[in-house]
Unconditional design. Structure first.
Length: 599
């Protein structure tokens, strides 16, 4: 019995992938992604379901007043007669609300040195980029647009994870999909692991391209097996990692790779509004002796026009000219378009955010404000400690301690990871972003800063420059000579992230003696504190007889006309509960939540 891939079936039946997954969910069929395969009898069932839906939809549309047709039915109305995806999309679009349109995916290529990143980009550029118009000079702009049978795909053409992470370190995420290139004759190498760690930290979907499959010594199976050791399980082994064998030399598999990129993009549902406010990111910039500053901007939202004013950091510029990645002059550029801009007076840095301003005056105002904010921060030099919640995410969720491990040998790395694995609990997980042999690198520090990780080194130390960079970025980088001292440090990190336990502590009790009507605050409980004390912002519980009639917060406390923080036993006060139904004779009890020290 033959198996069928979900996306091929969707294409054959003229429905979109999400619809297909919906049906599979309904049938209780498990799958990893749209490229998972399904059994033939499931295919038959799907055909029947679609046919039934189409049959139901047909009379409904004939007698329109009887029942308005649901969009899902409308979508599948044409099924099961095979129609091309393009037709199906064209038919569906008018039905959709005026929603934000799709945009092309932006892809980055990462991997170990010499595994073929540049060759792969070159092959795609050569075969997929339309010939230049006369006079257009192809030059390196940091990104290019490829036209494929599945639509436009934008490639960042500075391969390597340093570029990717430098951009991310500035808070920008340009890439939607990461291609990890692994040479079939070499398999996983240190930079492959790093590239994977960077993509995982950015939460960007990954596709593995096993390159150089044309070589006689190519061993794609070994690469797949090695990947499983990183908990990355290829689809054909039952996991959800898309792995595509390619050759940048012969072009074998490159079409498949492009198809997988489009499929992943479709599932990511990438959208951007060309009519919305503009925002973009600097990909790279350089100073040309004749032209001046040339900056490549990736348009993320909105549309850029020649003549627009742009603000980057504390600089601004007016777009004098704009060229697309093929070197052609253009007047405007929408989302997911890389454009080279002439008009800045200083070269902006990769990863800087770009915004537009209405006119020169507005641009100057924005940068004046930014300069003043920066000075304030510099003057204050406030090293505010982050709250536990800011560091670890909302309370009540499992906490994760992110680590980057560096050690002298593979053996010690494995020993450390073995011990760490046993330290995880339901409350705290340990996430080793990268476990590498040798001294920590600047790339590790960048990764740690974007992923809020701690770098722990065993029997290796960081070079001066790396230490300094860690210091300026506020990254904890520690070296140990004894494994158990390192484990103690991990214990400290784990303890620091165990969720605090709070208990409610009784504060005081008061009787409501009169209700005071306040024009702004509503009804205030004129009360007498009979025991304990009352605090502003404490929790309040109101009882009437035996019944609890209200629970909330003390939003205000007054003594005569003055706002006060606390009122002690034996004093009268006005208690504002932000609740209007308080009555004379009610009893108010105040309490607060206090953190309990844990052993
Ligand atoms: N046989 C074969 N050789 C390839 C293939 N792809 C790349 N190469 C060769 O492998 C070598 C390295 O390729 P590059 O594209 O420079 O690799 P890279 O990953 O960009 O390397 P760096 O930029 O140094 O990190 C070159 O000699 C390429 O010609 C392939 O698919 N098949």
């Amino acid at each position: 019995m033959s198996k069928v891939r979900i996306y091929s079936l969707a294409k054959d039946l003229g429905v979109d992938n999400n619809k297909m997954l919906e049906i599979l969910d309904g049938l209780g069929v498990s799958y990893k992604s749209v490229s998972s395969t399904i059994e033939e009898d499931t295919v038959d069932l799907i055909r029947e379901i679609l046919a039934a839906e189409a049959a139901e939809a047909a009379p409904a549309s004939a007698q329109a007043p009887a029942a308005p047709m649901a969009p899902a039915q409308a979508e599948t109305q044409a099924a099961p007669t095979p129609v091309s995806t393009a037709t199906a999309t064209a038919e569906r679009e008018p039905a959709a609300a005026p929603e934000v349109p799709h945009r092309a995916p932006v892809v980055t290529i990462m991997g170990h040195v010499d595994h073929g990143k540049t060759s792969l980009l070159d092959y795609i550029r050569k075969t997929k980029v339309a010939a230049k118009e006369a006079g257009g000079i192809t030059q390196h702009v940091g990104a290019f647009e490829a036209q494929t049978s599945k639509g436009r795909i934008v490639f960042i053409d500075t391969p390597g994870h340093e570029a990717f992470t430098t951009i991310r370190a500035r808070g920008a995420n340009v890439a939607d999909i990461a291609i990890i290139v692994i040479a079939a004759d070499d398999s996983l190498m240190p930079q492959t692991r790093e590239a994977i760690a960077h993509a995982q930290a950015a939460k960007v979907p990954m596709i593995v391209a096993i390159n150089k499959v044309d070589l006689p010594q190519a061993d794609a199976d070994r690469v797949k097996t090695d990947l499983t050791q990183l908990n990355l399980v290829p689809e054909e082994y039952g996991g959800d990692l898309v792995v595509v064998p390619v050759s940048a030399k012969t072009g074998e598999g490159v079409e498949d790779l492009l198809e997988y990129i489009s499929l992943t993009a479709e599932l990511e549902d990438l959208r951007a509004d060309p009519k919305g406010p503009f925002s973009g990111v600097i990909i790279e910039s350089r100073v040309d002796r004749q032209a001046g500053v040339l900056a490549t901007v990736m348009v993320q939202e909105g549309t850029l026009h020649v003549g627009d004013f742009l603000v980057v950091g504390e600089n601004y510029g007016k777009i004098k000219a704009m060229t697309d990645s093929g070197g052609g002059r253009i007047k405007e550029a929408g989302p997911s378009t890389p454009v080279q801009i002439l008009g800045f007076s200083e070269a902006p840095s990769s990863g800087e955010q770009v915004a537009s301003a209405k006119n020169e005056h507005a641009a100057r105002e924005v940068i004046a404000q930014r300069a003043s904010n920066r000075r304030d921060v510099e003057n204050a030099r406030i090293q505010r400690k982050k709250t536990l919640e800011e560091m670890m995410g909302p309370l009540g969720e499992t906490r994760t301690v992110n680590l980057i491990l560096r050690a002298d040998t593979q053996g010690s790395l494995e020993a450390i990871q073995g011990i760490l694995a046993r330290k995880e609990t339901d409350e705290v997980k340990i996430n080793v972003l990268l476990a590498g042999i040798g001294s920590p690198t600047e790339g590790d520090v960048l990764l740690a800063s974007t992923a809020e990780a701690t770098i722990l080194c065993f029997s290796v130390t960081a070079a001066g420059g790396v230490k300094k960079m860690a210091e300026t970025k506020g990254i904890d980088l520690k070296s140990f000579r004894i494994i158990y001292e390192m484990i103690d440090e991990v214990d400290r990190l784990l303890r620091g992230t165990i969720e605090p336990v709070f208990e409610e502590r009784f504060l005081g009790r008061a009787e409501v003696r009169m209700v005071i009507r306040h024009p702004k605050s509503g009804n205030i409980a004129g009360s007498y504190v009979t025991n304990g004390m009352f605090k502003r912002n404490a929790k309040a519980k109101v009882t009437r007889g035996k019944e609890v009639v209200y629970q909330g917060t003390i939003v205000g406390l007054k003594r005569f006309k003055d706002d006060v923080r606390e009122v002690q036993t034996g004093f009268e006060c006005g208690i504002n509960l932000d609740w209007n139904d308080v009555l004379e004779g009610d009893i108010i009890e105040a309490s607060e939540m206090v953190e309990v020290e844990q052993a």
